[in-house]
Design a protein around this ligand. Structure first.
Ligand code: AMP
Ligand code: ZN
Length: 111
């Protein structure tokens, strides 16, 4: 837990969020500034500043195995997943999170 980290506070329910999934290791909540009709973030409860900090494969499994559980519950079959790592890649919150977006068409390559 990093005391100044907003996503740690969301995981600890110290600040409110629109939580859509929770298990022992992971929470998911709707993005405050959605870029698609469905846009939620999946985070480990444990603080890792970015993808670069993750030190166990278990953590990847915990994050990524939660995603299809959530999308199935939401009846979503097609979606985009994004991880921004570092400022130049667009990371603004330094607690690893996977963006999951759906409900519109996405272009590729990303800008
Ligand atoms: P990134 O730019 O990849 O670091 O993504 C950070 C995301 O967190 C952005 O899409 C923000 O809209 C979102 N965000 C920031 N603060 C909150 C919050 N309190 N609750 C939900 N989403 C948030
Ligand atoms: Zn954190």
């Amino acid at each position: 837990m990093s005391s100044e980290c907003i996503f740690c506070k969301i995981a600890n329910k110290e600040i409110p969020s629109n939580l859509i999934y929770e298990d022992e290791n992971v929470v998911a909540f709707n993005d405050l500034n959605p870029q698609a009709p469905v846009h939620f973030l999946v985070i480990p409860k444990k603080h890792y500043a970015s993808l670069n900090e993750i030190d166990t494969n278990e953590t990847f499994a915990q994050i990524f195995s939660a995603i299809p559980k959530i999308t199935k519950k939401l009846n979503i079959k097609e979606y985009r997943t994004v991880i921004n790592t570092g400022e130049s890649a667009g990371q603004t919150v330094f607690h690893i999170h996977v963006h999951v977006m759906a409900g519109r068409n996405f272009t590729w390559p990303a800008g």
